[in-house]
Design a protein around this ligand. Structure first.
Ligand code: PEP
Ligand code: MG
Length: 591
């Protein structure tokens, strides 16, 4: 039966495919396809993992039989029997083998997929005792996953599976192997997302998350349709269901009828045509109708994104979120050499164009590691994140600064510092930079000059611009956080997403003042938050005086199209009206 789930539209477009439910396992699970000739090896890996756990349990049972019965809880032995039984259960083992053989999933992915299928059956059971066996099943699957971890393989890209669009014929034939896959999860950390960036999914849906949560941002950078904040999606959708993601409307349609499928197939093709049309603007200079030149820069997460930025027509990188180099590494941070090589790859990848490297911004919804999620602090977004984190760990900060300075010997590097608010923090940052240079001098290592920038993302910073402009060459407005901190809205929390408002007069005032003050003092200013890539806001930002936008490469051409149609002489008075309007959204729509 067809039904729809509503969430937040975070990444545009339509994706049609089969649902893959990703269990929130505490063990990292790689998702990749094996080759048909590798099926047997994969099944053997699974068997080995299972045998390891069976042996562990048998050893435990043997040790229990030698213990004093008074000291051994009676349930323990029975429980171990249940675990052994589950490990040999044909539904589990046979199901996993089928996912491997029929779908070519790697063993870990097949195991978690089958876990999800059986867990649902347990959920539906009347008998409470049987229902509770779900936890046992999860435990043994986790143990098998851990046992297999030694033979863990990396994520392997099979891009043809993502790129392929479905024809009506495909949908009717219901083929199983060559169909796009839609990832459905309760939550995905930014580190998970990075893994999926190299992976096989054509779209994704999560139960939680806000519009500018980092998970949503990475989805936009992958340019695949996504819906977050879909609340019960991971419970309502079943493994292998057909689903449509309407990334424009923020809707997920489950088990669509042939008529709905046909309609969305049409929409998907329309969007492809639209993209094709935009490609024609690739080499058109980004200049408004009245001759204002507008700089279009790219936001990137990894050095490997640099070629994507170039081919989208970016004239530089306005924000390299360096924290993605630090994530999902089980606490082992990248050293100076590794970071230097990564920054150098980004600089060289941009072929002489400037690269703005932001110092690490971890904390809040960007934990270093899933296991290190910050549940201990009540307000992690107000806690030790970004520059605060860097200043709290000088050795780590100096390592990063040295790596960035060294990369600057290979091209134009701008160094950007996130989340500054206090004069004291500015002084400390500058002192660390001096120290990093001295350390490199002492070692006789080459490094280059950098332009120094600060992010304006805390209202306190936007209200003390003189202080910032005294010390920095340029400012970059991080509207994602500026909105979060101005309106006291957690950007990752879908339950307050309706209050997250880029058009709030207070936000617009802070953005407008920052742009105006920078321009008055002849300093560079750009916006690198999600507002910069939102085509519905392009003209407003131009009207507020913005001439430099930094966004995901996938959005550059659509923003350029808006720029080419704009006349800034007319936009300035209109932007003032939007800022002063009681209902700015209406004013924006009426223009
Ligand atoms: C911002 O806050 O707008 C920004 C660009 O930084 P991030 O989204 O990485 O916090
Ligand atoms: Mg920010």
């Amino acid at each position: 039966m067809t039904f729809a789930i509503h969430g937040l539209n975070v990444s545009r477009g339509v994706a049609i495919g089969r649902a893959v439910l990703v269990a929130s396992s505490r063990v990292d699970v790689a998702h990749y396809f094996v080759q048909p000739h590798e099926v047997e090896t994969e099944i053997a890996r699974l068997r080995t993992g299972r045998n390891v756990v069976v042996d562990e349990i048998r050893r435990l049972q043997a040790s229990i039989t030698h213990m004093d019965p008074k000291e051994t809880p009676q349930e323990l032995s029975a429980l171990l029997d249940v675990h052994l039984m589950l490990l040999q259960d044909e539904e589990l083992v046979g199901g996993v083998k089928r996912w491997i053989a029929d779908r070519l999933y790697n063993a870990e992915w097949a195991l978690t997929t089958q876990l999800e299928v059986i867990a649902r059956q347990f959920d539906e059971m009347e008998d409470e005792y049987l229902r509770e066996r779900k936890a046992d099943l999860e435990q043994i699957v986790e143990r098998v996953l851990r046992a297999m971890k030694g033979a863990h393989s990396p994520v392997v890209v099979q891009p043809q599976r993502v790129a392929r669009k479905l024809s009506q014929q495909d949908l009717l034939l219901d083929d199983t192997v060559d169909v796009p896959l839609i990832l459905i999860a309760h939550d995905l950390s930014p580190a998970d997302m990075l893994q999926f960036k190299q992976s096989v999914f054509a779209g994704f849906v999560t139960d939680v998350g806000g519009k500018t949560s980092h998970t949503a941002i990475v989805a936009r950078s992958m340019d695949i349709p996504a819906v977050v904040g879909a609340r019960l999606a991971s419970q309502l959708v079943r493994q292998d269901d057909w689903v449509i993601i309407d990334g424009d409307a923020g809707v997920v349609i489950v088990d669509p009828s042939p008529i709905i499928l046909a309609e969305y197939g049409f929409k998907q093709r329309q969007r492809e045509l639209e993209r094709g049309r935009l490609q024609r603007l690739l080499h058109t200079p980004s200049v408004t109708m009245d001759g204002e030149k507008i700089e279009l820069l790219a936001n990137i997460e990894m050095p490997e994104d640099a070629p994507v930025a170039l081919s989208a027509g970016a004239v530089g990188v306005g924000l390299f979120r360096s924290e993605f180099l630090f994530m999902g590494r089980q606490g082992r941070l990248p050293g100076e050499e590794e970071q230097y090589q990564a920054y150098k790859r980004a600089v060289e990848g941009m072929k002489g164009l400037p690269v703005t490297i932001r110092t690490v911004d971890v904390g809040a919804d960007k934990p270093l590691d899933d296991s290190l999620r910050d549940d201990a602090h009540l307000n992690p977004a107000l806690g030790l994140r970004a520059i605060r984190w860097s200043l709290a760990d000088p050795a780590m900060f100096l390592t990063q600064l040295r790596a960035i300075l060294r990369a600057a010997a290979h091209g134009q590097v701008h160094l950007l510092v996130p989340m500054l608010a206090h004069a004291r923090e500015i002084r400390q940052t500058l002192a660390h930079l001096d120290q990093a240079r001295k350390q490199l001098d002492n070692r006789g290592v080459a490094y280059g000059a950098v332009k120094l920038g600060a992010m304006i993302e805390i209202p306190a910073a936007a209200l003390s611009l003189r202080l910032f402009l005294k010390h920095f060459d340029f400012l970059s407005i991080g509207t994602n956080d500026l909105i979060q901190y101005t309106l006291a809205i957690d950007r990752a929390d879908e339950s307050v997403a309706h209050l997250y408002d880029p058009l709030h007069p207070a936000v617009l005032r802070l953005v407008a003042d920052t742009i105006a003050e920078c321009r008055a003092q002849g300093k560079g200013v750009s916006v690198c938050g999600e507002m910069a890539g939102d085509v519905t806001l392009t003209r407003l930002l131009l009207g507020l005086g913005l001439r430099s936008f930094s966004m995901h490469p996938a959005q550059i051409l659509a923003v350029k199209q808006e720029i080419l149609r704009s006349d800034t002489t007319k936009l300035a008075p209109w932007a003032r009206r939007v800022m002063e309007a009681e209902d700015p959204e209406r004013e924006l729509a009426d223009s």
